[in-house]
Design a protein. Structure first.
Length: 185
């Protein structure tokens, strides 16, 4: 199923992980996926949310209010002086890691290695997104399909966050279809 993800849907997954890490959460849930959708500029999904008055800042604040900000995994802060004493140049290690894997790669590995994974509801969201893609006749899962799946999960925090903003699954579906140009007028 993950093989049917478009590049923007893959980017969405990375953004959801970053949102979870930023909030100190040791899991990636539907709330992080929703936050990630809202932060993906240029997607029909983000435009649909913005058109309904749903912003990433609002979602982040509400998620923090409901779930909290956790200190589950304090950041690893290597001591450059101590490492230098045993012959390790932290700046050189960082440069080589970033050359190989991109900026910030060394920091991002700290959280990934601690078991940060998708919750069962978040995993199911991707299956539901695949269904949405098929229903709409699309060959790949895009952020819009993920957003529609998130809204349909009445038992998930993502749907609760949307309801708190006055956005029903039906209203969201219309906004997404409008942004995709699949509604007349």
């Amino acid at each position: 199923m993950f093989g049917r993800l478009s590049e923007p849907a893959r980017d969405l997954m990375g953004a959801a992980y970053r949102e979870a890490v930023a909030l100190g959460h040791n899991y990636v849930g539907t709330e992080h996926l929703l936050l990630a959708v809202a932060t993906q500029p240029g997607t029909a999904a983000a435009r649909a949310l913005a058109g309904l008055g749903v912003t990433a800042d609002d979602l982040r604040a509400e998620t923090t209010r409901i779930v909290g900000v956790c200190e589950w995994a304090p950041a690893i802060r290597p001591d450059p002086e101590a490492l230098s004493r045993i012959g390790i140049d932290l700046d050189e290690v960082r440069r080589r890691v970033e050359d190989a894997f991109g900026p910030g790669a060394l920091e991002s590995t700290c959280a990934w290695g601690r078991g940060l994974g998708l919750t069962p509801k978040a995993k199911k969201t991707y299956w539901l997104a695949l269904r949405e893609a098929v229903r709409l006749g699309d060959r790949a899962v895009r952020p819009e399909h993920v957003l529609l799946a998130l809204a349909s999960r009445r038992d998930a925090l993502s749907a609760r966050l949307l309801r708190r903003k006055g956005v029903s699954p039906e209203r969201l579906r219309l906004a997404v279809l409008h942004e995709l140009g699949r509604l007349a007028g």
